[in-house]
Design a protein around this ligand. Structure first.
Ligand code: 5RP
Length: 236
């Protein structure tokens, strides 16, 4: 399969398969969202069919839930599972301390809840996602639709006081209409270029009325499985 893929897709594919092979029989598994996570879900589906692997999967989006069901993975809600042994998910950026930006697919709210309710979060990523400082990837912030423009103004006021290089924000669109998350909210993408203090940023953003959750994952990720275009995999 990897032979037919681009270098980036090969990197995602090998990282995803390595992480999926960490899953053991009987585990409750958080299933991430995105193209890398989809490779991981496919590998788990393969293991369910070929090895009889018995797991309960908790999807982080309707997309992932649908894929997991199609592949024969037992899907349960987070409340049914209670607590998870492992969550495997992609990321948009990760730094040396394994802090992340997530939410490129708009699923970071459920992803953060699920990852936080897990013994360990394993991130799967192609090597190009590693950064010295987070922020080149626009930071997704989920906001409720009511008064979202006021929320945006408040966020921009807060950004003026933070250690960032940019303060522009954009409402994420889906064609002509605002993008709507699985929870019925909108997403503001913050073009910050460089986030000097991600921990502070994560805390401050969630204080703004109307903000539901931001895409910074601080001290949540335990391990990163990094894939390379030549098929190598590195664990950190
Ligand atoms: C979705 C996410 C994804 O994990 C992130 O956007 C990475 O996606 P991909 O694996 O397609 O590069 O956070 O909300």
């Amino acid at each position: 399969m990897a032979g037919d893929l681009s270098l980036i897709d090969t990197a995602k594919y090998v990282a995803a398969r390595r992480a999926a092979d960490m899953v053991q029989n009987g585990m409750r598994v958080g299933l991430g969202t995105g193209s890398t996570a989809a490779w991981m879900v496919r590998r788990l589906g393969e293991r369910v069919r070929e090895e009889g692997l018995a797991i309960k999967g908790v999807p982080t989006s309707t997309r992932t839930a649908q894929l997991a069901r199609e592949l024969g993975i037992e899907v349960v809600s987070l409340d049914q599972a209670g607590w998870l042994d492992i969550t495997i998910d992609g990321a948009d950026e990760f730094d040396r301390e394994l802090n992340l930006i997530k939410g490129g697919g708009g699923a970071h709210l459920q992803e953060k809840i699920v990852a936080t309710a897990s013994d360990q979060m394993v991130v799967i990523a192609d090597a190009g996602k590693e950064v010295e400082t987070l922020g080149a990837f626009p930071l997704p912030v989920e906001v409720i639709p009511f008064g979202w423009q006021t929320t945006r103004t408040l966020i921009e006021e807060v950004l003026d006081t933070m250690d960032v290089l940019g303060t522009r924000s954009a409402l994420r669109m889906n064609g002509e209409a605002p993008f709507v998350t699985d929870e019925g909210n909108h997403v503001l993408d913050l073009h910050l270029q460089r986030i000097g203090n991600p921990r502070q940023m994560a805390l401050v953003l969630n204080q703004v009325p109307g903000v539901v959750e931001n895409g910074l994952f601080i001290d949540i990720c335990d391990k990163v499985v990094i894939g390379y275009g030549d098929g190598r995999v590195e664990l950190r």
